[in-house]
Write a protein that binds this ligand. Structure first.
Ligand code: WT7
Length: 644
């Protein structure tokens, strides 16, 4: 029996939605999606109101997704200007720096000024509507300004996580054909400096095509400089006007591209558009976090991931909220930092990832108990399945048993939260993302595409569209259809496995494709493999995930060396560093096993199922190995598996 944590009376009363209201709203949202989304589309300020709501086809070969398509709006005006009337002096962003002594507050009035200045500076430097702007910044307010300035002038941003390598940055600049980059001299995390400008220089050297680089001075460290191309951010904005009228943008004009890993090939540019995305991000932020005016809200994600886009910047700011942006890491200067920041800024809603919870659990309860955390009312989790042990600790220790936890399942592709408890409505089961948000129709299918009813386990698909859904893979609509709409025609395939229990609660079991989830970061095993085989000493590589106590999944690499190469500890380290160089520290292999041969079928296909089982230590049950070209390689792999 799983524990069930009922909704407290206090929460049922306080919240926008209690259980009865949830059922009523949900029923309506799926029975009459047009009417439901017409009504909720009005939460956004439109320049020209929409007259059509939904125009969607999931038909094979003709996938097309449009919401509110004849409406026009400006996303930045929705996140800033419309609050100036009665909230100009309200704090929009609380910024907490890497050092606990470093913080500042930015009001909506100041946000308006900063975003206008930057938007004008970008225009003065040649950025036009539709241009792709790459943002490679640390967690500083300028990252939010940059996103909103793009939205203001109709440029399309592509934020690249500051932990990615020059090569990974180069690939993203190239794919988006981006000519304008915004970066900083250096980033600062946990007292360590990250050479963002130097990385940008290397990336541009590799791909070319970039005309201008706007550089924020964060640390004052030395940087290389190319006259005519590089421009100091502070110079550009101080010369610019504080008035930049927002462009009129069509609902279906792109807002941003965000690259994410898939099971094959290079990362895909997930494209989100303006109107539907903003409706969905702001509505989920309001209901899932039961956001009310005056709340102090903190999402610990990086703006380089979709969580940062939807739940640090767009959702909260569209709702006129105070959103906290944290530059640092959970364990600097010590493992109580999160809780100290909650006390310092009187945070009410705290949204983080299971990997952070597990790491802080390891640091012990005492550090948590030294802080008050009385301001906390609601806790959230995102990015990977949360194991019940971590859930219970989060609930009992961090929330003092008082705060509900919303375990929110969603994806870069979905734009916003899809399956989640609502704090005033949903009895909580630790480890379950529970029930669908309004308008979301999840279903489970088996390998043949047969829909499973009632209590069941299968692949998670979504039967109908919602306003926040991605519209295409940038520059490759065929790949979009192939990836999400071909396995099970007429539905969106999530790539996740899932179980539904007797109460209709959904329990995400993890990816069913060759994507792994390392500390809440999505990683294509194919990307790590291609980085490994790019090393001159490597002949072949296969990469799989394995259960990892802190990271959720770790990266397990089987490597076949070229003939004559010695498998040494030094080479192991060299390969690890190599992958970090090629992709970034988040892709760093945890375990490398030397594999004289890989298990292949007679047609040469690597049987990854077997490699997964060995990495998971479940080699007593490898299934059918009779179709292998050389069944003998399996014994060697088992014998030399890496201990942990
Ligand atoms: C994948 C999406 C959503 C923003 C952060 C990650 C896994 C995400 C949960 C959750 C179980 C989860 C899924 C999903 N995932 N949230 N609450 N419970 N699994 O976005 O990088 O696009 O990764 O993360 O496997 O497919 P992403």
């Amino acid at each position: 029996m799983t524990d069930v944590f009922p909704v407290s009376d206090e929460w049922a009363k306080r919240a926008y939605v209690d259980d009865a209201k949830y059922r009523e709203m949900y029923e309506r949202s799926v029975a009459d999606p047009e009417g439901f989304w017409k009504e909720h589309g009005k939460r956004v300020d439109w320049i020209k109101p929409f007259t059509t709501v939904k125009n969607v086809s999931y038909a094979p070969g003709n996938v097309s997704i449009k919401w509110y398509e004849d409406g026009t709006l400006n996303v930045s005006a929705n996140c800033i200007d419309r609050h100036l009337k009665d909230k100009a002096d309200k704090v929009a962003i609380i910024w907490e720096g890497d050092e606990p002594t470093d913080d500042k507050k930015i009001t909506y009035r100041e946000l308006h000024e900063q975003v206008c200045r930057l938007a004008n500076a970008m225009k003065a430097n040649g950025v036009k509507k539709g241009d792709r702007v790459t943002i490679y910044l640390p967690m500083i307010p300028e990252a939010a300004y940059a996103m909103l300035a793009c939205a203001r002038i109709g440029a399309v941003h592509s934020v690249v996580f500051g932990g990615f390598s020059p090569d990974a940055l180069a690939g993203r600049i190239e794919d988006a054909a981006s000519t304008f980059v915004i970066t900083a001299d250096e980033g600062l995390r946990g007292g360590r400096k990250i050479p963002l400008k130097a990385n940008t220089d290397k990336a541009i050297e590799k791909v070319g095509g970039v005309d201008k680089v706007l550089v924020v001075k964060r640390t004052g460290g030395n940087v290389g400089w190319k006259d005519g191309r590089d421009v100091w951010y502070h110079d550009a904005v101080s010369a610019a006007s504080t008035d930049c009228p927002p462009e009129e943008i069509s609902a279906e004009d792109p807002l941003f591209i965000l690259y994410t890993s898939g099971s094959t090939g290079k990362p895909k540019g997930v494209l989100h558009t303006s109107g539907g995305y903003l409706v969905y991000a702001s509505m989920t932020h309001q209901y899932v976090f039961d956001y009310k005016d005056g709340d102090i809200y903190w999402c610990t994600a990086d703006v380089g991931w979709v969580t940062g886009h939807s739940y640090i910047v767009y959702g909260p700011l569209a709702n006129g909220a105070t959103t906290l942006m944290f530059e640092g890491v959970p364990n600097y200067p010590d493992a109580a930092r999160f809780w100290k920041v909650c006390d310092k800024h009187q945070v009410n809603t705290f949204y983080t990832a299971p990997t952070a919870i597990r790491a802080l659990m390891g640091a012990g309860e005492d550090l948590v108990k030294q802080t008050s955390r009385k301001s906390l009312r609601l806790l959230g989790s995102v990015g990977e399945p949360i194991n019940p042990e971590a859930w219970l600790w989060y609930h009992r220790v961090v929330g003092d048993g008082r705060c509900p936890i919303v375990d929110t399942w969603w994806q870069t592709e979905t734009g916003g939260i899809m399956i989640t408890p609502l704090p005033g409505a949903t009895p909580l089961k630790p480890g379950s993302a529970s029930r669908p948000f309004f308008g979301i129709r999840p279903a489970l299918v088996d390998a043949d595409g047969k829909t499973l009813e009632g209590k069941a386990e299968g692949n998670l698909v979504i039967l109908d569209s919602w306003p926040g859904q991605m519209r295409t893979v940038y520059g490759d609509h065929e790949r979009f259809e192939q990836t999400y709409f071909s396995a099970y025609p007429n539905t969106y395939f999530t790539g996740d496995g899932c179980r539904r229990d007797e109460d209709g609660y959904y329990w995400i079991t993890g990816r069913v494709d060759d994507v792994i989830n390392v500390s809440g970061h999505r990683m294509g095993t194919a990307e790590v493999e291609s980085a490994l085989v790019a090393h001159p000493k490597v002949a072949e590589a296969a990469v799989v995930g394995y259960p990892h106590d802190l990271k959720g999944q770790g990266i397990y690499c089987y490597v076949t060396l070229n003939a004559g190469e010695e498998p040494t500890e030094a080479l192991r380290k060299e390969l690890r560093d190599w992958v970090r160089q090629e992709i970034g520290p988040i892709a760093s292999p945890d375990l490398i096993q030397w594999a004289p041969g890989l298990p292949k079928t007679r047609s040469g296909k690597i049987m990854r199922r077997i490699l997964r089982k060995i990495a998971e230590n479940e080699f007593s049950n490898l299934g059918d190995t009779s179709t292998l070209a050389d069944p003998g390689v399996v014994d060697d792999l088992i014998e030399n598996r890496q201990n942990r």
